[in-house]
Ligand binder design. Structure first.
Ligand code: URA
Length: 226
């Protein structure tokens, strides 16, 4: 029996992530039920300054799932993950790696944009989510994983890597190689695409981007069985 969308959405807003995960694990909720329940999530305080919940997008199930940190400014406004500048880098790198983004499920560990105003007051600057915020949000990405059931899970950057594969994972050291994890048959960490944008100088940017594409190509090879 599937839990009706209204039932899950009726769970107390602060208990939504756990309620959704329990329902998914009991096969009583489907993707749309979970996504709708996440709209009203109040499991931490980030919702108050965000425009909306930014849930994962893509086919369910999917062979590939990519997880970033949290929505950025543009994602917050548009309600979709990785549609801003970091998303542009991701799209380009996926294409170079021979992966069609449309076939992948793309999401974030944290579903609300955490920000502070720039000194000018005109822009919203990204702030890293803290441990409590990540912990409160984690059941959403666990629900997504249980529904998407990917063959390959790619963790983009340290926040996603540590939240899902353990605090000992170092993206600098462990990128591009299979991690010991039961979350999916293949779990790989790589850099966050925004690291390419932040790299100082054209040479550093080029090198970082090339490494990112290499890591994604390694995943593509496993997915294509070659
Ligand atoms: N950075 C992320 O981690 N996720 C997004 O969706 C956008 C930028």
């Amino acid at each position: 029996m599937t839990v009706a969308h209204e039932d899950l959405a009726a769970a107390p807003p602060e208990a939504r992530p756990e309620a959704a995960l329990v329902a998914v694990e009991a096969r009583q909720a489907e993707f749309e039920d979970v996504r709708a329940a996440a709209d009203g999530c109040r499991a931490c305080d980030l919702w108050a300054r965000a425009t909306q919940t930014v849930f994962g997008r893509g086919p369910v199930p999917a062979r590939l799932m990519l997880v970033g940190e949290q929505p950025g400014d543009q994602e917050d406004v548009r309600g979709e993950p990785f549609v801003g500048p970091a998303g542009g880098i991701l799209d380009q790198a996926l294409e170079e790696a021979g992966i069609d983004r449309e076939t992948a499920f793309v999401t974030n560990v944290v579903k609300h944009f955490k920000w502070r105003p720039a000194p000018s007051g005109k822009r919203r600057l990204h702030e890293r989510p803290d441990r409590a915020e990540i912990g409160a949000c984690l059941p959403w990405v666990e629900s997504e994983l249980a529904l998407v059931r990917p063959d390959a899970l790619v963790l983009l950057g340290a926040t996603a890597a540590k939240a899902l594969a353990g605090s000992k994972v170092s993206v600098t050291r462990d990128h591009g190689v299979p991690l010991a994890s039961e979350l999916a048959p293949l779990v790989v960490a790589t850099i966050h695409p925004s690291a390419v944008l932040r790299a100082r100088g054209a040479a550093a940017r080029k090198e970082m981007y090339a490494g990112f594409v290499r890591d994604l190509k390694a995943v593509a090879r496993v997915l294509s069985g070659s």
